[in-house]
Design a protein around this ligand. Structure first.
Ligand SMILES: [Fe+2]
Length: 202
């Protein structure tokens, strides 16, 4: 399915780097669940109302979050976006998809662009996240205003990274030594914990 976005053919419309005061694994855990979305992402939940229900996660493989009826595009105010990527077929053209590629990449697919995160751990409590907004080459070269398009996920990034920094404050507690307590809807985060542990096992 992801092939339809032909990511290799897209160009960088905007790049923003974030210096986050949190361990990279907290950023992954945050990205893999969305029950926090209802409380910290007001702009995102306007465009993706199912995220306001307080229960969304990446373990529904292949599930895309439907745009709100009144949203014309994936923008900070729900206004129209830019030219839709031609390979995005009907059925995917009003949805948001999120993918985690272990260990350090997030890919977010919407009809007219791709938001592509890379994480670079620079310390146990600090991660640099580089985020690109990728569009069709003709969109980037036309000099179109991308601000409303970029602003939506830029705010999501700031809100998420702020939450991760607040979680980091208690992460050195002995209560967190085994990764904290997970609830049943976080079993995919448990799988991520096991994956990390396996990588560290000689
Ligand atoms: Fe979030």
């Amino acid at each position: 399915m992801i092939a339809g976005w032909d990511i290799g053919n897209l160009e960088v419309g905007r790049r923003i780097s974030y210096d986050v005061g949190a361990n990279w694994k907290l950023i992954i855990e945050n990205f893999m669940e969305c029950y926090h979305c209802a409380t910290i992402h007001p702009e995102l939940t306007e465009v993706l109302p199912e995220f306001a229900d307080g229960f969304a996660a990446q373990y529904f493989v292949g599930h895309g979050a439907e745009f709100a009826e009144e949203a014309q595009g994936f923008t900070v105010d729900g206004s129209a976006g830019v030219t839709v990527i031609p390979g995005v077929v009907a059925g995917h053209d009003r949805k948001y998809y999120a993918i985690t590629v272990n260990p350090q990449v997030f890919i977010n697919l919407v009809p007219d662009h791709v938001i592509f995160h890379r994480m670079y751990p620079v310390g146990p409590d600090r991660t640099v996240v580089e985020c690109d907004w990728l569009y069709l080459p003709e969109v980037v070269r036309s000099g179109q205003d991308l601000d409303r398009s970029v602003e939506l996920f830029h705010r999501v990034n700031q809100q998420d990274f702020d939450a991760c920094e607040r979680c980091q404050l208690a992460a050195s507690s002995k209560a967190y030594a085994q990764g904290g307590v997970l609830v049943p809807s976080e079993h995919h985060i448990g799988a991520f914990h096991r994956w990390v542990t396996e990588q560290l096992t000689p």
